[in-house]
Unconditional design. Structure first.
Length: 495
């Protein structure tokens, strides 16, 4: 951000300047502005402006004196804390605002405006899953063309997005921002702050259903990005997404990505070259990744780059954010796919598809034939209440397709797929025991999950559930999918 002088900064934040900056050795005729913005005194660097946000557990304004003693350029806090700290001996500017968060957001708008007037373009990305990876891919593509800044870490909320904007250095030519959503009205708020030239909705899926209730409501919340954009701007959308169709605007330029879209994948090369088509032009890229879901994210990113007037080519190395489909080799041939960061059914499905594809490729390389011997486990932990019907439908679809794919790839004898929802009346483990696929509740009992409910869930994935009692081993629940000697075509029908 620009080092605005104290009076300028107060004006742009809509704050009252209580005391000028008083760092005597850091003055050149007038008070210099802050070098950065910080909301956490544990991360404060000398020269930062500390913004004391009012939270549900603590008012950050109580840390104002501590911030100044650690070398902060100044503090932006509520009037009560501003008066107290201004009467103290710690040096630094003191600004008062009725709502420090609103002041932080106003500063972000002001800095975004200065960057744009200097020629920068702003891109905003949202979606149910994959938005962080798409941001990482897009930033890597743009850095090869122009000076690019992007949202660091998970700075994608009403607090994080302003911090991401203010972290963009002077001279930024492309600013890539990520937008998170936990309820209605939040994307609208972020869109108003970012005022993007290009918007991207990566996808719409069952994330935050507990807050929004349905996929249609999730789509409407994501589409607040479309509603908030200026006429003449560009929105990038997945091709053929019916949930977004009602929200498309005629006064925006719409670019679609995916099979049959404006930007599509012509060929996924085994040699690492992926051929992408846009407006009849072929774009040859060599990405450092090959997961199917990230190739879809790549198409969205290419759509943005082309909209901004650039054509990417050649090698593309992306340093993805941690815990979002991150691959970690544990040695001994074991690969861990870490998708722990706020995962949802869509991201779990993508991780399973990636794992299945990788295992199949590995088996073909080792044996020379299309057969893999894999042991796949999926664990999901729920909460102590019934699952939303949309969540259950998505999860049973994952179970059905995972088992069907395993059989299709010749792997029926070695797959374990486990869905576990602790205390939510839902749980099954599917495994081969030599006679078919048996299902057993994760805790080894049946009463906790309810046999009636399990029969309903088995029926939902085309299976038959039976109960076998044995005095020596207890009660076993068999989930018969009839996959023993079934062909791939029959498997699809049965599952």
């Amino acid at each position: 951000m620009k080092a605005w002088a104290a009076e300028q900064l107060a004006e742009k934040a809509g704050a009252q300047l209580i005391r000028e900056a008083t760092h005597g050795g850091d003055m050149d005729g007038m008070a210099r502005g802050p070098r950065g913005i910080c909301i956490d005194t544990r991360r404060l660097a000398p020269g930062d402006l500390f913004v004391g946000l009012v939270g549900s557990r603590e008012d950050g304004g109580v840390r104002a004196r501590e911030a100044l003693e650690k070398g902060a350029w100044g503090v932006l806090v509520t009037a009560q804390h501003a008066k107290t700290v201004a009467e103290g001996t710690a040096e630094g500017a003191v600004l008062a605002h009725v709502d420090p968060l609103a002041g932080l957001q106003a500063l972000a708008r002001a800095w975004r405006g200065e960057l744009v007037r200097a020629g920068a373009k702003v891109v905003a990305i949202t979606g149910s899953t994959g938005k962080t990876s798409t941001k990482d891919i897009l930033a890597a593509l743009l850095r090869a063309q122009v000076a690019t800044a992007s949202s660091p870490e998970n700075l994608n909320t009403e607090i994080g997005l302003p911090l991401a904007i203010l972290a963009a250095p002077e001279g930024t030519e492309a600013l890539v921002l990520e937008m998170a959503m936990r309820g209605q009205g939040q994307i609208a708020e972020l869109t108003e702050i970012a005022d993007p030239d290009v918007g991207v909705i990566v996808n719409v899926g069952p994330a935050h259903l507990e807050l929004l209730g349905s996929l249609a409501n999730i789509a409407a919340a994501k589409a607040e990005l479309i509603a908030g954009m200026r006429p003449g701007c560009t929105i990038v959308l997945p091709v053929g997404e019916p949930l977004l169709a009602p929200h498309v605007r005629a006064d925006l330029h719409t670019v679609t990505f995916g099979a049959g879209g404006d930007v599509s994948l012509l060929r996924e090369g085994s040699d690492g070259h992926d051929l992408i088509c846009h407006d009849g032009e072929e774009i040859d890229l060599q990405p450092s990744f090959g997961q199917a879901h990230n190739l879809r994210n790549l198409l969205a990113a290419v759509a943005v780059v082309r909209t901004l007037g650039y054509t990417p080519s050649g090698r593309l190395d992306v340093d993805f954010s941690a815990m979002r489909g991150q691959r970690i080799s544990l040695g001994g041939g074991v690969l861990l796919i870490d998708d722990c960061y706020n995962a949802n059914p869509m991201s779990v499905r993508a991780a399973l598809e990636d794992l299945a594809a990788r295992l199949l490729r590995t088996a073909e390389e080792v044996t020379g034939r299309a057969k893999s011997t894999a042991r796949v486990q999926m664990h999901v932990t729920g909460t102590n209440h019934p699952l939303d019907p949309d969540v259950e439908r998505e999860l049973t679809r994952i179970a059905r397709e995972a088992v069907a794919n395993a059989v299709r790839h010749g792997d029926a004898e070695n797959i374990v797929l486990r869905l576990e929802f602790e205390g939510s009346m839902f749980g099954m483990e599917i495994r081969d025991d030599g006679r078919g696929f048996a299902g057993t509740p994760p805790d080894g009992t049946t009463g906790h999950f309810g046999l009636t409910g399990m029969r309903e869930r088995a029926s939902a994935i085309g299976a038959t559930l039976t109960v076998e009692s044995n005095p020596g081993t207890g009660t076993a629940v068999r989930l018969a999918l009839g996959l023993g000697a079934a062909s791939a075509a029959e498997t699809e029908k049965q599952t």
